[in-house]
Design a protein around this ligand. Structure first.
Ligand code: MG
Length: 742
């Protein structure tokens, strides 16, 4: 009051004394602009306040973390204000300017409010929303009867473990009788392998799994059967057998392929993979003395009957006749070798450049060659892998069968692809599938090697698969299901070819996914979101009901852990990534425990049995012929150890799988790029389903990374590693992943 009063009185005195008729001066006022200033925590800038007044003024501050360049003035002027860096909480202060009147400026400064992210997920209500499948090898998962071989009852006993992993389906390795441990050579599609249990045991497993919300997918091998399948054995035994139709037989494959008579080739002129295998009938051998002349340059052999004395074979030679033993030939001229031998076998002979069967050493008959004629040069056939080199025969008849893989797995013949469902083989196998669906309650199939059903011919395979799917789906509907049957094909090809198989099936494995995932987990996540979305949209572009199946690796690939350098932090992040990615994730037996292994050491080493207990007594080691990596199967990799360790890979799988089952946005949502600036180190995306939206962020770098986030991050629901939030800046620790419910 006093300071305002004095100038007023002075003005009145001055006016009265000089010019008593002048109007009194309007009272001066003081204003400041702006009314508020805000600073960042480490803001070093100077901000100006404009003072407007006619008279004197002075400025003061409410706290000592603010500083003024000057604190008083006269008339219009500026005040420069700066602040100290703030290492504490957000703070506010006031700048007060007094003169003709009093004005204030409010000053705020953000603090270093670093908040540790502590996830709190909503309680899981027991409804498994995700469709997460566990690929399980029956022979090496769990043994219930102590014979060391996995079995149905063993799986049933471990359903609690699988339920705890949050899985909603099991893909079982082939359950049928077989001549191998891996069971991809099926000897009888109509029943189960007695080593695994009875049909009732299988039914019990299915029922118990259903009780836990777990579906059962059978592995169906449609490309080929086992050599010991009764169908094939009957086809071999009798050329007039109706089962000849089930397989791909030819008396002259080269001519038949050229004439387009081999339906199995799907129109191709060569098989792409596989070879013909000769089957003899009648005696192909000879009993008596023969003279052999080999022209090693022309690669011909000429055989004549003789009464001349037999030679003593050379122990070491350039060339040998093999007639149950290696018989060294004598060199008679450049490139010419001869021997006289007594023959007595029923299969014929071969010519060899080495005294063993190493690659390229074996010479014989091509699959289209007829029997050798005495005195007529016979053209020798070989190839680099010794594949399909037939015996040189003196008699009998010969025919060949085709196998995409090896001789123990003859390809099944479904005839012309457009009418495949009318073929006897299709109808016989479909009848067995119907039984598993209708009588046993099987929920779907994983189809093996679908590329090779018609020799990688896309159009032919599409037509076949579509007929197979429609058949099984009709059976499924007839069994009372309102939805469609699930079926996933192994179209092991690049994405651009694989996606075309969705014309035949609703799902295929996206084999390129793991390359994308491994690249991300190994530090470059820049294309993760766009790649995943491209895979999915390419599939739905083929058909609207497409389901993209994502997996890391399977029983035919090196273990995923090998691609991560057996680094547990990377394995955990890979789990968090696949379980926050849309599509249908598959977990391969042992992946959840960090199993490693390479195929170089034998396929068994990527199919290792689950080690249930630390002591190692519960482990189906005989299921893989005892071929296990004992260096890996140590206590710490066991289910018992990892269950007890809160930070184990197994518990990461459980936590993130439960998360996927809890939130519909993760379980069935769509993915959009969150557009955060993290460079190649950060993959960030939204998952959205209905009104639910979540933000998923993975820092794949080996150091911490910060990103600025626009969303409200008040509800973190999952965290791997560490993360802090400082206002809108989220900092993730090395190889850390976080999910927010928005
Ligand atoms: Mg057993």
């Amino acid at each position: 009051m006093i300071r305002k009063y004095i100038p007023l009185m002075a003005a009145l005195v001055l006016a009265f004394s000089c010019n008593p008729t002048t109007e009194p001066t309007v009272q001066d006022t003081l204003t400041v602009s702006p009314a508020s200033l805000s600073f960042e925590a480490e803001d070093a800038s100077v901000k100006l306040v404009y003072v407007t007044t006619a008279g004197d003024w002075s400025a003061s501050l409410s706290a000592n973390w603010m500083h003024l360049e000057k604190s008083s003035g006269t008339g219009k002027g500026t005040l420069a204000l700066k602040v100290d860096a703030n290492t504490g909480e957000d703070r506010t202060g006031t700048l007060t300017v007094k003169g003709a009147s009093t004005a204030t400026v409010s000053v705020t400064q953000k603090g270093k409010n670093i908040v540790q992210i502590v996830p709190v997920a909503d309680a899981f209500d027991g409804t498994k929303r995700a469709s997460t499948t566990y690929q399980l090898l029956i022979y090496s998962f769990a043994d219930s009867d102590g014979d060391g071989i996995g079995d149905f009852k063993g799986i049933q006993d471990r359903l609690g473990y699988l339920d705890g992993l949050g899985v909603t389906a099991l893909w079982l390795s082939p359950a049928h009788p077989t001549s191998s441990y891996h069971a991809y050579d099926v000897d009888d599609y109509s029943t189960v392998n007695p080593l695994y249990g009875t049909e009732q045991d299988f039914k019990n497993l299915i029922d118990a799994a259903h009780g836990k919300g777990i579906k059962i997918y059978m592995d169906y091998v449609l490309n080929h059967s086992g050599r010991n399948n009764a169908w094939f054995q009957q086809a071999l035994a009798d050329p007039a057998s109706p089962y000849r139709e089930y397989y791909v037989f030819s008396d002259d494959p080269e001519s038949d392929v050229r004439a387009g008579k081999i339906d199995n080739y799907g129109g191709a002129s060569s098989p792409g993979m596989g070879s013909w295998h000769q089957v003899a009938s009648g005696s192909a051998g000879y009993a008596g003395r023969l003279h052999f002349v080999l022209n090693s340059t022309a690669k011909t052999i000429t055989v004549t009957e003789t009464t001349a004395p037999a030679d003593t074979p050379l122990a070491t030679a350039d060339w040998y006749i093999y007639n149950n033993d290696f018989q060294g030939m004598k060199k008679t001229a450049d490139g010419m070798y001869e021997i006289t031998l007594d023959m007595n076998n029923d299969w014929g002979f071969l010519v060899c450049s080495k005294k063993d069967w190493s690659s390229g050493s074996k010479y014989g008959a091509s699959s289209s060659a007829g029997n050798i004629q005495f005195g007529v040069p016979f053209s020798l056939y070989t190839n680099a892998n010794n594949d399909a080199v037939g015996n040189i025969r003196f008699g009998g008849t010969s025919t060949s069968y085709f196998a995409s893989f090896d001789a123990s797995m003859p390809d099944l013949n479904y005839g012309k692809y457009a009418q495949a469902s009318e073929s006897p083989a299709f109808q016989a196998i479909a009848a067995t599938a119907d039984r598993w669906i209708t009588d046993f309650g099987v929920d779907g199939f994983r189809l093996d090697a679908v590329l090779w059903i018609y020799q990688a011919q896309v159009k032919a395979n599409q037509a076949f698969l579509s007929q197979w799917y429609d058949h099984c789906n009709a059976t499924w509907h007839a069994a009372g299901h309102a939805d469609d049957i699930f079926m996933v094909g192994e179209a092991w090809e690049g994405h651009d070819t694989e996606k075309q198989y969705y014309k035949g099936l609703t799902s295929c494995f996206e084999f390129e996914y793991f390359d994308v995932l491994a690249r991300a987990v190994n530090g470059n996540a820049s294309s993760y979101v766009s790649s995943v979305n491209r895979f999915i949209s390419d599939h739905t572009g083929q058909r609207p009901d497409a389901v993209t199946s994502f997996h890391m690796t399977n029983h035919d690939q090196n273990r995923a852990a090998e691609s991560f350098g057996r680094d547990a932090a990377k394995e955990k992040q890979a789990a968090a990534m696949i379980l926050t990615t849309p599509g249908k994730p598959f977990i391969y037996q042992g992946e959840e425990l960090g199993y490693y292994g390479k195929k170089d050491n034998g396929d068994e080493y990527v199919r290792t049995p689950i080690l249930w207990d630390k002591a190692g007594t519960q482990c189906a080691k005989k299921g893989v012929n005892n071929k296990v990596d004992t260096g890996m199967l140590k206590a710490e990799i066991s289910v018992e150890s990892q269950t007890a360790d809160a930070g184990s890979l197994l518990n990461v799988y459980k936590t993130w799988s439960r998360l996927r089952n809890t939130y519909p946005a993760l379980a069935e949502g769509t993915m959009t790029d969150a557009g955060l600036s993290g460079g190649s180190s950060v993959a960030a995306w939204y998952m959205t389903s209905g009104s639910q939206k979540m933000l998923v962020i993975h820092n794949v770098a080996s150091s911490e990374k910060s990103v600025t986030v626009k969303d409200n991050l008040s509800k973190p629901v999952a965290l791997l590693g560490s993360a802090t939030l400082d206002h809108d800046v989220l900092t993730l620790g090395a190889r850390s992943s976080v999910v927010f419910l928005l």
